[in-house]
Design a binder for this molecule. Structure first.
Ligand SMILES: [Zn+2]
Length: 477
């Protein structure tokens, strides 16, 4: 083991020394090609690197300017005017997603998912709410029903959520997220994935998450197996109201205790721990690990909260229905450019205008999303029914259900200190469904299991629950 580590260390060292030299004097073809292959492998799956490189800030800019040109996209605004209002935005988005679908060889389909929203707090009269939903079907039979959803909301608002007439450019909130999702659809439609990816632009967010709630509710009714949901909402501003310019980080909000936790699960969690290990938190860890590798320019800043302080977003209806979900938002927000009537007051420009949006940054956020989605949809499903017996033991035994994918290579155990934010250790254990960590007590570490395919794509980790037969009850010791 030691000599192997040494060899690795030496070759890394050699590579570090040789790298500047190769820039000055390019080596002969085969040597260069081999070096490039090594670098590519170290960075990851070449197809995913290609996806990342194809995402275009110029396309994102064009989408945002187009969405802003509709004047307002308030959910209560006009639905039949081709030039102004949410209906114009809806139809334009539908056509754009269809253009993306045309590149998919028939694997992507686009629909307008509509329903009539009854009168509600921010809905003065019954209103048609429409989500534009593009579904890129997975190609592996065992995985096609496994779904990953990425969304942005295309509706906007000015100072008042029920003002349907005011200009509400919504360049950042949330043309930025919508443009990121459309760009991902354009690029990823050309690639094949084992599992299914849904690219979605929803309406009614500002009316209290209406479109996302409708989609999540329908999904639940139809037993849709949504393994993860990302909402991109306010992902375009890089100069915060705090005066800080940060173009290199994005916040990923994830909840610790599941929104849909039952009383019984809460009791179990209090007994064995796990308030930091919900499936959404595992998803955030997964995004950080994967995306920082594929998009080294960006730091994924995990925030251990469901959303910003006391706030909400389109991931919440998914969380409430038991789906893992996270929210992407820029690091430093500027409230002069969110939910504001466009105006100049005491020399300050208010309003959510394109001039305050950083298109290159949004492209990087889209790359972070796309790389994580691509790995999720290429990797096996996360292991199911992972359990750990509750008895007294110095070793830790883990069990799980076998995955069904034909390209499954096996599993890894991951673990970390109980105070660590991310998984710090992993061990490949082959294609088995039980494993014992010798000499490592479950009292002292958190463990997880993840599945790996033959190309090395890893699923997010699953945190074990106590095995049913020995549900631990607190006992005196
Ligand atoms: Zn928003």
């Amino acid at each position: 083991m030691r000599s192997l580590l040494k060899t690795v260390a030496i070759s890394l060292f050699t590579a570090a020394i040789l790298l500047p030299l190769t820039i000055q004097t390019p080596p002969r073809g085969s040597v260069e090609a081999a070096a490039q292959r090594r670098t590519a492998r170290a960075r990851g799956n070449p197809e995913i690197l290609k996806i990342v490189s194809e995402i275009s800030a110029r396309n994102i800019e064009a989408t945002i300017r187009k969405l802003v040109s509709f004047g307002t996209r308030n959910t209560l605004s006009e639905q039949n005017n081709p030039n102004r209002g949410i209906g114009a935005a809806r139809d334009w988005l539908y056509a754009e997603f269809q253009k993306a679908a045309a590149q998919s060889g028939g694997r992507m389909t686009v629909e307008k998912q509509m329903y009539e929203q009854a009168k509600a707090a921010r809905v003065p009269e019954p209103t048609l709410v429409t989500n534009v939903v593009a579904t890129l079907k997975g190609t592996q039979p065992e995985s096609a029903s496994r779904v990953y959803v990425v969304s942005g909301h295309y509706d906007s608002m000015c100072s008042s959520p029920t003002d349907a007439k005011c200009d509400a450019p919504g360049a950042n909130d949330d043309a930025s997220g919508t443009a990121a999702v459309l760009e991902m659809a354009r690029v990823m439609a050309k690639y094949k994935f084992d599992a299914t990816i849904v690219f979605m632009a929803v309406a009614g967010e500002e009316q209290s998450l209406l479109g996302a709630t409708h989609f999540a509710e329908e999904a639940k009714k139809n037993n849709m197996d949504i393994e993860a949901m990302f909402t991109n909402d306010i992902v375009g501003n890089t100069l915060g109201g705090n005066g800080v310019r940060d173009r290199r980080s994005v916040r990923v909000f994830s909840e610790g205790v599941p929104s849909n936790e039952t009383q019984q699960e809460a009791t179990s969690r209090r007994s064995v721990g796990g308030e930091n290990d919900s499936q959404s938190r595992q998803l955030a860890r997964f995004i950080k690990e994967v995306s920082e590798r594929y998009v080294p320019a960006m730091k994924v800043w995990m925030i251990y909260r469901r959303d910003r302080y006391g706030r909400g977003g389109d991931h919440i209806p998914f969380l409430e229905r038991g789906y893992a979900a996270v929210r992407f938002t820029e690091t430093n927000e500027n409230y002069q450019h969110q939910h504001q009537n466009v105006r100049i007051e005491k020399g300050i420009q208010y309003g959510d205008l394109p001039q305050f949006v950083d298109f290159d940054y949004i492209a990087n956020v889209a790359r972070v999303n796309a790389s994580a989605l691509a790995v999720l949809a290429s990797a096996p499903a996360r292991p199911k029914n992972v359990t750990m017996p509750g008895g007294l033991a110095n070793d830790t035994e883990l069990k799980w259900e076998a995955n069904k994918e034909s390209d499954l290579a096996g599993y890894e155990i991951v673990w970390r200190d109980t105070t660590a934010a991310t998984w710090t250790n992993s061990r490949a254990i082959g294609n088995v469904t039980t494993y014992t960590m010798k000499g490592m007590s479950k009292d002292n570490y958190f463990f997880g299991v993840r599945a790996i395919d033959k190309d090395g794509n890893r699923s997010p980790a699953t945190y074990p629950r106590p095995a049913a037969r020995n549900q631990p009850s607190p006992r005196p010791s």
